[in-house]
Design a binder for this molecule. Structure first.
Ligand code: RP5
Length: 163
């Protein structure tokens, strides 16, 4: 997929977020959706954020997935700089298990939305699936792969618990 332009930008506030955000990347890989990853901190690298977010649409990206913990400003700050849909993934933190990031990320003022997902791995996986749903509106190939992904997932669920 390296030869195709990325449709989804996965950004994260720190290298320490990668073990969680890799789940978003892996899910996009399964759906064969081209993506790129960047470490961008709203607080530590504000100029990197401004450049990336303001150029995102012009660079062909359709959706941003932003993971952050603690003050978790990254998704909201990115959303302030781009009209692209921004999906936020709160990191599971050491202090409140990620509740701090969840509340910070979800409490956006009216006018600049962030689609905030669950804390941690579930949120990262679901951000990728939601990105696929958005892209599938205009891309029949992605729509077909998303349908298959969901059908495979359903088929993999046992009816009775196994020992
Ligand atoms: C946030 O602060 C990052 O998204 C990360 O979840 C958290 C801690 O960052 P590190 O101190 O591990 O770099 O900005």
């Amino acid at each position: 997929m390296a030869d195709k332009e990325p449709l989804v930008g996965i950004i994260m506030g720190s290298q320490s977020d990668w073990p969680t955000m890799t789940n978003a990347a892996n899910t996009l890989d399964k759906l064969e959706i081209n993506h790129e990853m960047r470490v961008i901190s709203a607080h530590r690298t504000p100029h990197r954020l401004t450049e990336y977010a303001t150029e995102a649409r012009g660079n062909g990206l359709k959706v941003l997935i932003a993971g952050a913990g603690m003050a978790a400003a990254l998704p909201g700050a990115a959303a302030a700089l781009t009209p692209l849909p921004v999906l936020g993934v709160p990191m599971e933190g050491k202090v409140m298990g990620g509740l701090d990031a969840l509340l910070a990320m979800s409490q956006m003022p009216a006018g600049i939305p962030v689609g905030t997902l669950a804390v941690g791995r579930s949120g990262a996986v679901n951000a990728a699936i939601l990105a696929a749903s958005i892209l599938a509106l205009e891309d029949q190939g992605i729509a077909a792969r998303l349908d298959q992904f969901r059908a495979d997932q359903t088929a993999a669920i046992v009816e009775q618990p196994q020992d």
